[in-house]
Design a protein around this ligand. Structure first.
Ligand SMILES: *[C@@H]1O[C@H](CO)[C@@H](O)[C@H](O)[C@H]1NC(C)=O
Ligand SMILES: *[C@@H]1O[C@H](CO)[C@@H](O)[C@H](O)[C@H]1NC(C)=O
Length: 203
């Protein structure tokens, strides 16, 4: 018993240390050194069809060498505040390992000290919601060291809406589930009705 408690305690302590050493990068500690833009057609964008052109690069008002520890750039599609309301699974947390704002990878590639552009077709698994684009610069340990986004700090500007391609199919699925449930219930009802009829006939 004591041994188990000890093991548990050491695991706890160890994971706390691990957290401090590796996991606990807070978003608020990152400098916004990257300039990110996202361009797309006007109006509601369709998942699986429409494209978003993302550009990123170092903000030239930061001094040369600011990006000396940038190794990788990770560009993501992120939920805007109005699509996070009442959805704990999309919640923004300052602690980046727990943050669920950015769940869709647009690209991850080696960092280059130049402006880069990528045309990305919205993937089919993106749900219907409002989004923005954020890029993180990662160091050699894959830890976030800086970021940039196509919106302001409050995430109110340049947001865009995506409609999931699966929206239509999802409602069809719901209809067919309801229909199957209805069939099962009727079958059971039919079965009992027949049984009762049988019993009545016996009497
Ligand atoms: C570049 O950084 C400066 C200083 O932080 C900031 O005032 C400026 O708005 C940034 N430029 C862009 C295009 O984000
Ligand atoms: C990237 O683009 C910005 C604005 O379009 C420009 O001011 C800057 O010089 C460019 N940076 C590089 C490294 O080309």
């Amino acid at each position: 018993m004591a041994a188990q408690v000890l093991v548990l305690a050491s695991i706890l302590v160890f994971s706390c240390f691990a957290d401090i050493c590796y996991g606990a990068i807070s978003f608020s500690s990152l400098h916004r050194t990257l300039v990110v833009t996202a361009s797309h057609r006007q109006g509601l964008l369709m998942g699986g069809e429409d494209k978003i052109t993302v550009t990123w690069g170092l903000n030239q008002s930061f001094q040369a060498g600011t990006d000396s520890n940038y190794r990788t750039i990770k560009v993501q599609l992120c939920y805007a505040p109005n699509s996070q309301v009442d959805r704990a699974w999309r919640k923004t947390e300052d602690h980046l390992s727990k943050d669920k704002t950015c769940q869709f990878k647009i690209v991850e590639k080696p960092y280059a000290n130049t402006n880069e552009t990528l045309e990305w077709t919205i993937e089919r698994d993106v749900p219907t919601a409002t989004f923005f684009v954020r890029a993180y610069a990662l160091d050699e340990h894959d830890h976030e060291v800086a970021y940039g986004q196509n919106t302001d700090a409050e995430k109110t500007t340049n947001l865009f809406d995506i409609e999931a391609i699966t929206g239509r199919h999802a409602s069809l699925d719901i209809a067919s589930v309801c229909f199957s449930a209805f069939s099962i219930v009727s079958l059971i009802g039919f079965f009992f009705a027949e049984k009762r009829k049988g019993r009545k006939a016996q009497q």
